[in-house]
Design a protein around this ligand. Sequence first.
Ligand code: B16
Ligand code: MG
Length: 213
Amino acid sequence: SKKAIIFDLDGVIVTTDQYHYKAWKKMADEKKINFDKTINERLRGVSRMESLEIILEKSEKKYSNLEKVELAERKNNYYKEFLQCVTPKDILPGVLKILHGLKEKGIKIAVGSSSKNTPIILERIGLERFFDAVADGNSIKNSKPDPEVFLLAAKMLGTKPEDCVVVEDAEAGVEAALSGGMKAVGVGSATNCSKADYKASSMEFISIDELLM
Ligand code: B16
Ligand code: MG
């Protein structure tokens, strides 16, 4: 059976995915760039600058690198304002039960997130000292679908990739897990992702035995 579970953060542990959407939407509206929930689905698990590039596909204006950095910073400032109202109530259904159950069984748990805001979010939801390892956007060069963040988490745990299961809400994250040689469980938005080894609409409907398949 598997020895470690690596959890994505936004959209798996906590509902911050809606705040990413709101913050990008505010920036896009100000710049009169078309942006909607369908385009937003492509941003799940993708880094901040790569997300901006996807949004700018709909823009007639060409932005310089400096302007792009400014737009990304503007979005991140909006996002950080939304993060100030995040509390433990934003932890998604079923998550705490699974996390405590895994701990009781002595199974290692890690976070593998593209987000540079991971430390702030974990603090806001009161889980900053809960995980055996945290790999995030601050410590990687290549974001999902590259497996770097999950391979780093496995290394920090001292667990071989083939003994890890990743829980993801993003297609890019499922691909990252598989290309890192790990199993992938798709939840939420990733329920549509055909490549996932196992799928459930919410963590509420996954048992520990199913995670350890
Ligand atoms: P930041 P995850 C990802 O987090 C989000 O899904 C994605 O929408 C976001 O662009 C990315 O983090 C970077 O976030 O701007 O906070 O560094 O799903 O990998 O936990
Ligand atoms: Mg996610």
